[in-house]
Design a protein around this ligand. Structure first.
Ligand code: H2U
Ligand code: ZN
Length: 342
């Protein structure tokens, strides 16, 4: 299997990925060099997320310290918008309502999550919990995510994430919900709990582990260094995390994201986000909270994987095996290469 093409199933979505380990031997003539990192200052007078500055629509940020949440000035979802839905099978439409917020991780313009002090990362985790508790009263789905780096389309280097809440289940969540519920009804146990147990009994794909959490490159990973973060306890929703689990998560995040940065000595770009049981779901037994980290980098700070051609038209494909990727991440130090980080 480690030398021959094969397909692996993503049991969370029901989709397959083509793995071609024999291709990692092919020559590479592209650039291997890391681009010069831009030097950022701790405060940028032109940044719309820095404390005290005015945002694009003229509103002023308070002189905040630590994390800061505000309603997105250009939201993708709007509250209380209803219109009549079309009955046409060919032109289906659904009215949606929701709310979008931006979460600045810190007042510091120049420090990313792994570079922040541990208590600042803990505060970010606490805010995620608070936001889920509040928004879950009104909306069935809350998507917490971070787009990091220009490569992922992030518009501003000031460390920030987003929270979108809506009255519908988006595609990715609907697929997971279906897979998790089907598994639960046929096995009477949660799919990710069973998956976690088997990953724990074999070290091949484990990247990091602590008292409450596990990080693996999943069996079905698509992105070269994709990881999945799972709580060891059966926690269906973010709002159910104990204070100890929240603190351990902050510690784990800092370590995992540091390992990523150290892999190519660069501020590692990624999209990261949390999935958990939809609010008021009757299938809490089937769900287990988890985060996906999807980083695009493949060989160096500038050589990324593209999801094009075969991926767009047929199915996802990877060369590096998940086991090799986990090994590479395990070899990286837990101390950030950037001395400014703590
Ligand atoms: P990225 O995480 O993709 O960079 O997006 C930043 C968000 O910040 C984006 O959704 C919002 C944009 O709408 N934003 C504001 O709400 N106010 C601003 O002044 C600029 C950007
Ligand atoms: Zn800033």
């Amino acid at each position: 299997m480690h030398e021959h093409p094969h397909r692996r199933k993503n049991i969370l979505t029901g989709e397959w990925v083509l793995v071609s380990p024999q291709r990692t031997k092919r020559p590479w003539q592209g650039s291997q060099h890391s681009p010069e990192a831009k030097q950022l200052t701790s405060y940028d007078p032109h940044c719309y997320l820095c404390p005290g500055n005015s945002r694009a629509d003229g509103k002023n940020n308070p002189d905040y310290k630590g994390a800061f949440v505000f309603t997105n000035d250009f939201p993708a979802l709007l509250p209380d918008l209803e219109f009549s839905e079309s009955a046409s099978p060919l032109f289906q439409v659904q009215s949606v309502s929701g709310i979008c917020r931006v979460l600045c991780f810190s007042e510091r313009h120049d420090l990313t999550l792994p570079e922040l002090e541990l208590d600042a990362v803990e505060r970010v985790v606490q805010i995620w919990v608070e936001q889920v508790k509040e928004l879950g009263k009104q909306y069935c789905w809350i998507q917490i995510f971070e787009n990091k780096g220009e490569m992922m389309g992030c518009s501003n280097p000031h460390p920030h994430g987003q929270i979108w809440a809506g009255n519908f289940l988006p595609n990715e969540v609907r697929k997971e919900n279906e897979q998790l519920c089907n598994y639960y009804h046929s096995h009477s146990s949660d799919l990710l709990g069973d998956y976690l147990e088997s990953e724990l009994s074999n070290n091949d794909r484990i990247v990091e582990i602590n008292e409450y959490w596990l990080v693996v490159v999943p069996w079905w990973a698509i992105w070269p260094f994709e990881t999945l973060i799972l709580p060891k306890r059966h926690v269906a929703c973010f709002s159910e995390l104990s204070a100890d689990e929240q603190a351990a998560l902050a510690d784990l995040l800092k370590i995992v994201l540091t390992r990523y940065d150290n892999l190519f000595q660069t501020s590692f770009p990624y999209s990261m986000g949390w999935h958990f049981a939809p609010s008021l779901s009757n299938d809490k037994g089937a769900w287990r909270l988890h985060a996906h980290i999807y980083p695009p980098l493949l060989r160096s700070a500038s050589v990324r994987k593209f999801m094009v051609g075969y991926e767009m038209l047929a199915e996802a494909q990877r060369d590096l095996t998940p086991e090799e990727a986990a090994g590479r991440l395990r070899e990286c130090s837990r101390q950030h290469y950037n001395k400014k980080a703590v």
